[in-house]
Design a protein around this ligand. Structure first.
Ligand code: NAP
Length: 272
């Protein structure tokens, strides 16, 4: 089993680590590094993980170095990787939005090493994530390993072009927040309508889960068809959907998703 070193102890690192541990990835093979004492030690103590304040200590240990820091910190952590020996035996995986492989390679000093970009989302924590993957050059056995690793925490999608990752960010990485906004809005409305607070959340979660499973079950049916199955002419659902349409719900979603993708492109342009 390869040794994984996470650089950064924030939300996505924790989600990936928890997902991996629950899929039986051995804790002994996971290490976490971050100057952020509080989040690092909280995760490390909870799961008895090796952890270091100094990234370089962890980078030496890992066969795979996972960069889970904000995009603006990538140049800093890459400059630390520069000093690691035997880099050609390691795989570097960056989950940062908007920093392309060419830049990562430049920051690490053009070393001969495999660099993969991975774009996960937080449901990896419960092994139900989506992970977009891209590498410019990668050995078949490394690709197989990465696929197996990420399949433990979600569904993997290898992309043919790096710029597709911006779309994955908009459609999958940022998207749990869109669904939670919808759920939060429904909860708020249900409370205002006087429903019993005790069961509102459960109702909404179960409805979202049921709808997802239904969509997965009927792979061959479009979302439009599934939606039509809920609507009866002149009925309650139609009344609700007419209102969504009146306020241009689809347009709002498209604008929001374009905004996410554009932000990723903007990050790419802003870092030298
Ligand atoms: N959150 C998501 O759903 C998601 C999904 C896909 C991709 N991503 C990508 O994942 C990356 C991290 O996102 P996040 O949401 O996990 O952010 P986050 O919660 O802010 O985590 C970033 C972590 O990196 C630490 N850090 C800062 N400087 C560091 C350094 N020099 N060395 C090592 N660690 C350092 C931070 O510590 P401090 O708090 O002390 O600064 C923090 O623990 C971003 O690039 C983002 O684009 C996130």
């Amino acid at each position: 089993m390869k040794k994984l070193t996470f650089i950064g102890s924030g939300k996505i690192a924790e989600s990936m680590i928890l997902g991996l541990i629950s899929s039986q990835y051995l804790k002994e093979n996971i290490c976490i590094c971050s100057p952020d004492e509080k989040s690092r030690t909280t995760i490390a103590n909870q799961y008895s993980l090796k952890n270091f304040k100094n990234n370089i200590h962890g980078m030496h240990i890992g066969d795979v170095i996972i960069l889970a820091v904000k995009p603006n910190i990538i140049p800093t952590v890459c400059s630390e990787i520069k000093h690691i020996e035997n880099l050609s035996n390691k795989i570097i995986i960056s989950v940062a939005a908007g920093i392309n492989i060419e830049k990562i390679n430049k920051y690490i000093g053009e070393k001969n090493t495999t660099i993969v970009r991975a774009m996960p989302n937080t449901p990896v924590l419960v092994n139900q994530g989506v992970i977009g993957l891209y590498a410019k050059k990668i050995h078949t056995n490394q690709k197989k390993f990465i696929t197996t690793l990420f399949n433990k925490i979600g569904k993997t999608f290898w992309l043919s072009h790096e710029n597709e990752l911006n779309g994955i960010i908009a459609v999958a990485s940022s998207a749990p927040a869109y669904f939670f906004l919808m759920m939060e809005s429904m909860q708020h409305a249900a409370e205002n309508m006087g429903l019993n607070k005790e069961y509102i959340k459960e109702l909404i979660v179960q409805t979202a889960k049921g709808s997802s499973i239904l969509a997965e079950h009927f792979q061959d049916k479009s979302f439009e068809v599934l939606k039509q199955h809920v609507i009866s002419k002149g009925g309650t659902t139609e009344a609700a959907l007419n209102l969504f349409e009146k306020y241009n719900f689809k347009k709002i979603i498209e604008k929001a998703m374009r905004s996410a993708a554009n932000k990723s492109k903007e990050i790419e342009c802003n870092l030298n």
